[in-house]
Design a protein around this ligand. Structure first.
Ligand SMILES: Nc1ncnc2c1ncn2[C@@H]1O[C@H](COP(=O)(O)OP(=O)(O)OP(=O)(O)O)[C@@H](O)[C@H]1O
Ligand SMILES: C[C@H](N)[C@H](N)CCCCCC(=O)O
Ligand SMILES: [Mg+2]
Length: 213
């Protein structure tokens, strides 16, 4: 693995459990890219890297930090006597687009000084924000957009996850001055084929354009 800059995309979300891994797997599949989860906290269930590999069939890079406690990365690290160093999270260079998944939402601490969003700025790659469709998402999504813009992170768009809620999706796009790239509905079963079918309705043109800047 070389070090340097890559054609990359950051997938973040308004919270933990909103569907970032599923969306990242769909993106990596559609873009024929490589998935990378640099900081994994929680190893009891299928890890995000395992789920992304299973759902996309695409290459997955190893995590830099693998931490057992399913908690905020700063706390999971402390419990194991580990310090998460931003310098250790330099972006790897791969062939094809690199899709990077954060942990939880944008202001999650990596250590007692550094938030994940500071890595987004350092990586200088465009961001896709994954948002729920249901009640509460307007506030969470507009707050996340404010935080990203305050740190000059380029937002390629929002991908919604969940059942249709046209007014929430339209309100966020208008008041957040952000592109809605589409929505991934609840998929049953959730597998590479159903995910690819859902992504046929996602607008990837702004993502491709943002990645080539
Ligand atoms: N569109 C979907 N259809 C069916 N199940 C989904 C969908 N999106 C997410 N899920 C399920 O919801 C759960 C949470 O999704 P996911 O793991 O993608 O969230 P996350 O934002 O990546 O969470 P974390 O912060 O832990 O990384 C998982 O069990 C996942 O399989
Ligand atoms: C354990 C979980 N699934 C994620 N790996 C980490 C989520 C961190 C959220 C921190 C917080 O916002 O309180
Ligand atoms: Mg995830």
């Amino acid at each position: 693995m070389r070090r340097g800059t890559s054609r990359a995309l950051i997938v973040t979300g308004t919270d933990t459990g909103v569907g970032k891994t599923v969306v990242a797997a769909g993106l990596v599949q559609a873009l024929e890219g490589v998935y990378w989860k640099p900081v994994q906290s929680g190893l009891d269930d299928e890890t995000d890297s395992d789920a992304a590999r299973r759902l996309s069939g695409r290459p997955v890079l190893p995590e830099i930090y693998r931490l057992s406690l399913p908690a905020s990365p700063h706390l999971s690290a402390e419990q194991e006597g580990v310090h998460i160093s931003p310098d250790a999270l330099a972006m790897p260079v791969v062939d094809g687009p690199l899709v990077i998944e954060g942990a939880g939402g944008v202001l999650v601490p990596l250590n007692r000084e550094c938030l994940f969003i500071e890595m987004f700025r350092r990586w200088a790659a465009p961001v896709v924000l994954v948002a729920r469709t249901g009640l509460g998402t307007i506030n969470h999504t507009l707050l996340s957009l404010e935080a990203l813009r305050a740190r000059e992170c380029r937002v390629a768009g929002v991908i919604f996850s969940g059942p249709a809620n046209p007014d929430n999706e339209a309100t966020i796009a208008a008041m957040g001055r952000v592109r809605s790239l589409g929505r991934v509905p609840p998929l049953a079963p959730l597998n590479p084929d159903t995910l690819a079918a859902a992504f046929s309705g996602i607008d990837l043109a702004p993502v491709r354009e943002a990645m080539s800047c």
